[in-house]
Write a protein that binds this ligand. Structure first.
Ligand SMILES: O=C(O)C(=O)C[C@]1(C(=O)O)C=C[C@@H](O)C=C1
Length: 205
């Protein structure tokens, strides 16, 4: 017999399920619950809401010169994972004390460390490149510098608790940008360059 390979007859089963769709929903003459056409004003934090947070972030960035000096003199790398773990444990511990949001505090402190490293690196790169005079002495990191950072943690966490409810405001990012531009900035070029990193997670949107 002829060995035909292809099926030749149309299947008799008709896909009936596709034939009954396609009726559009009736046009919506039903009244809507929310009046249309009203622009929603942006939810904006109160004036100066982020000022205490920003002041502490600036203080923290202002430590970068001293931290960098200590690292230059003792020839330590910028990144100290063990110390980062200490900072990133202390911040949520403080958050639990003051009722701050743990995820918010952790995200913001991650940014503080990144920003501090960014500033330190810029300062160290400058010394390496021969701009400015590198230090020959520096305060001790463990006994003189890190206690300052620890004190800032103690203060920054409750300051974050005070603003955490504004982070979802539709006007948060714009308001924050204006606030950042209006507060006294970090003292050094490196600190000023790192400030956007420090504030990166203050607003969600
Ligand atoms: O304590 C240090 O050694 C710092 O450089 C400061 C800091 C911080 O921002 O807390 C930044 C980078 C290090 O990896 C650890 C901590």
């Amino acid at each position: 017999c002829g060995g035909s390979v292809a099926a030749t007859s149309a299947t008799s089963g008709v896909p009936a399920s596709l034939t009954s769709s396609g009726t559009p929903p009736s046009s919506p003459d039903v009244p809507t619950a929310v009046p249309a056409g009203q622009p929603t004003p942006a939810d904006v934090p109160p004036e100066g809401a982020f000022d205490p947070v920003l002041a502490l972030m600036v203080q923290r960035l202002d430590t970068a010169d001293t931290v960098a000096a200590a690292k230059w003199v003792t020839q330590q790398p910028v990144t100290d994972p063990a110390r980062e773990a200490v900072v990133l444990a202390a911040a949520p511990a403080r958050a639990e004390q003051v009722g701050a949001d743990l995820d918010y505090v952790t995200a913001v402190f991650g940014d503080q460390i990144t920003a501090n490293k960014q500033a330190q690196q810029q300062i160290l790169d400058g010394w390496t490149a021969g701009s400015g005079t590198p230090p020959t002495t520096a305060p001790d990191l463990a006994t003189q510098v890190r206690p300052v950072l620890d004190r800032i943690t103690t203060d920054l966490v409750p300051a974050l608790a005070a603003v955490q409810d504004y982070r979802d405001d539709s006007g948060c990012a714009k308001f924050l940008a204006d606030d950042v531009a209006s507060v006294p900035p970090p003292a050094s070029d490196a600190g000023r360059a790192a400030l956007p990193t420090a504030v990166a997670h203050l607003c969600d949107g």
